[in-house]
Design a protein around this ligand. Structure first.
Ligand code: HEM
Length: 456
């Protein structure tokens, strides 16, 4: 087959497609553009072009780790100011990636999840207590899910308590984080030359200082009160890499703590917020979820770790929610050598290619009625037939999400407790509006919750 240029929407000299790309809804725009193309298109961000892939067939090629590997390019590379060579933003060939990966993997095994259960339960119970003590009030779902996931990763991973549910305001760490992410995303839609000339404003650095101060506080608290647990923080502070015998250096420990605080909560709070949105939109699915919880955890039965494996409806709700709105919407890879994908598109060595997950997860060749929220797609007999590269909410290969089990365990438990305790309503007839930072979440979604009565 002859080579074809990668198709693209009309573009202008110098600015390329920059003028068309809406700053605050880039991922949603890429999804819209993908609908006009057959699995691949290219956008020009004022001099650097990026192909976007949205078909399972092409995602399969990009997932071949002998040909492609993760690359850290904008927007991810912009975060290296903050999280440096932490696991998420480390380049694939940086020795610190392999070292931290080997040291930290044991903290994410299935067995380790059992060890985090009490912390997860403690924080999820705090959420329920807060909802119970403010009956009839509007709940800003994304904010409370952020309190839940931030407190959970910090307590389970670092033994550190944020006490977010005791406070009306979100922790200053979060304000700083959101502003830093937003400032970096904004740079994507500006001319690269302009970005090079412009200095970040002083409050950008003040925000980074706020974030670093918290990390130092977390580490200081542990050094003052050492524990014997093999939690994430102790592994970072003391464990030796089985290959090199080295421990993580101090700067890298900072980068990892910050990485886990950020990567460990944003995406999961988005997932929980979307999931509640989908449940309220789909009353028959909500009824199924209630029935499951009432059967497995009747009354106020306190869940145990082993109950989570039984929560099959809730698990499918989470998976389907991550299909339609994967909260980390893209990842980027580049080939080791010049190569050709789809038999016709040339990709040069080191050219970054983005796998756009909301579009991939709607690939009509893989998903029937892709816009329909249908948890039966993930019944075992159906799930086994899904294209192995048609669903990648946690990324690919060795750079895939290390916190996947953690996120699913935490989210299942929180949903189970919420459904066990509360009748939920959507008094404002919410229309989905997605807020994009690096991640996606429903913006300004408000619900009400009241304690369930025996007849509910
Ligand atoms: C990597 C998604 C929760 C920690 C990734 C990647 C994706 C992802 C797509 C790959 C990124 C890339 O290739 O550039 C998600 C989603 C989550 C979630 C959708 C929740 C629903 C978590 C949690 C943690 C975590 C709870 C920590 C406790 C990480 C880390 C990496 C990563 C450290 C980098 C792994 C490496 O390259 O070695 N995640 N994640 N994530 N995630 Fe998650």
């Amino acid at each position: 087959e002859p080579l074809h240029p990668i198709p693209h929407p009309p573009r202008w000299p110098v600015v390329g497609n920059l003028l068309q790309i809406p700053k605050s809804r880039m991922a949603q725009y890429f999804l819209e553009v993908s609908r006009n193309y057959d699995g691949i298109f290219e956008l020009d961000f004022g001099g650097f072009t990026t192909p976007f892939v949205s078909s399972a067939a092409l995602a399969e090629e990009l997932s071949d780790e002998t040909r492609f590997r993760k690359v850290v390019r904008p927007p991810l590379s912009l975060l290296r100011d903050i999280v440096g060579d932490g696991l998420f933003t480390a380049k694939s060939d940086e020795p610190n990636w392999g070292k931290a990966h080997r040291i930290l993997m044991p903290a994410f095994s299935q067995r380790a999840m059992k060890g985090y259960f009490d912390a997860m339960l403690e924080v999820a119970s705090q959420l329920c207590t807060r909802w119970e003590s403010h009956p009839g009030e509007d709940i800003l779902v994304a904010d409370d899910m952020t309190r839940l996931t931030l407190d959970t990763i910090s307590l389970a991973g670092f033994g550190y308590r944020f006490h977010s549910f005791e406070s009306r305001q979100l922790h200053p760490f979060l304000g700083a984080m959101v502003r830093v992410l937003a400032a970096n995303m904004a740079k994507l839609t500006q001319l690269p030359m302009f970005n090079r000339l412009r200095r970040d404003p002083a409050d950008y650095y003040a925000d980074i200082d706020t974030m670093n101060a918290l990390v130092d506080e977390v580490i200081r608290a542990r050094r003052e009160n050492p524990t014997g647990d093999n939690d994430l923080l102790n592994l970072m502070l003391t464990a030796e890499d089985p290959d090199t015998g080295e421990t993580l250096d101090d700067l890298n420990i900072r980068h990892q703590v910050l990485t886990f605080l950020v990567a460990g909560h944003e995406t999961t709070s988005g997932l929980l917020t979307f999931t509640l949105y989908f449940l309220l939109r789909n009353p028959h699915v909500l009824a199924q979820a209630y029935a499951e919880v009432d059967r497995l955890l009747p009354g106020d039965t306190v869940p145990e770790y082993r109950d989570l494996a039984q929560l099959d409806v809730i698990e499918r709700v989470l998976k389907e929610s991550l299909r339609l709105w994967p909260t980390a919407p893209a990842f980027m890879v580049a080939p080791y050598e010049d190569t050709i994908i789809g038999g016709r598109y040339r990709i040069r060595r080191n050219q970054g290619v983005s796998v756009h997950l909301p579009a991939l997860h709607r690939d009509p060749a893989v998903w029937s009625d892709p816009e329909v929220f249908d948890i039966d797609r993930f019944l075992p007999e159906n799930e086994a037939k899904i294209h192995p590269h048609g669903y990648k909410p946690f990324g690919n290969g060795q750079r895939a999400c290390i916190g996947r089990q953690f996120a699913l365990t935490e989210a299942k438990l929180a949903l189970a407790l919420i459904l066990q305790r509360f009748a939920l309503s959507d008094p404002h007839d919410y229309q989905l509006e997605i807020k994009e930072t690096l991640t996606l979440k429903p913006d300004n979604f408000r619900i009400r919750a009241r304690r369930r009565q025996p007849h509910d």
